[in-house]
Design a protein around this ligand. Structure first.
Ligand code: ZN
Ligand code: ZN
Length: 184
């Protein structure tokens, strides 16, 4: 595993949340209670979850801020991460619950969900930065996709996001180009 389990989980959740932003040709995928449920069932959170309008708005509101982490390099991520920790009043402590092994919570369980996700993402990026693995924080290589992902593969060779079918789609396009050129 490239990152420790809770870091990996937090990064995956943050990437999912960022990818609900409207992209090149897809629509905003976090506009309703149903969308929120889909996100929460993919990434279960303990602690207070209100499932109301304000919570949905707050989650929608942190997405661009989280996305910035995918648009900068390691050095420029540092102030962003530090700001998130400060704004979320992060106070790390070790906890164990619900079948997870010991891991870090840096907010109280009754802090707003958006604050918890902001801080949890920042804590995960602390790990990414400290372990010098920022090159695994990536934007999809497909021409027509701007989704984000984190490369958890062993050899760091993942090129496409998980949201669409980008790898297959780009392979088909490349094959057609080669075929048109008569090189297949
Ligand atoms: Zn936990
Ligand atoms: Zn993609």
């Amino acid at each position: 595993m490239v990152f420790i389990h809770d870091t990996q989980r937090s990064l995956a959740a943050a990437a999912h949340l960022v990818n609900t932003l409207p992209g090149f040709d897809d629509e905003d995928a976090l506009t309703s209670g149903e969308d929120l449920e889909a996100f929460l069932s993919a990434h279960p959170y303990t602690g207070a979850i209100r499932r109301d309008e304000a919570e949905l708005e707050a989650l929608r509101g942190i997405r661009s801020r989280l996305r910035r982490l995918w648009e900068v390099d390691r050095e420029h991520a540092v102030p962003l991460v530090n700001d998130m920790l400060r704004d979320g009043h992060a106070l790390p402590r070790l906890v164990i619950h619900d079948g997870f092994d010991w891991h870090v919570h840096a907010t109280s369980d009754d802090a707003p969900l958006a604050t918890r996700i902001l801080v949890e993402t920042a804590m995960a990026f602390v790990d990414v930065i400290r372990s010098d693995q920022y090159d695994r924080i990536r934007l999809c290589s497909a021409d027509d996709c701007d989704s984000v992902y984190v490369d958890f593969s062993k050899n760091g060779s993942k090129r496409y996001c998980d949201t669409g079918n980008c790898g297959n789609r780009m392979n088909v396009i490349a094959y057609r180009r080669r075929k048109a050129r008569g090189t297949v």
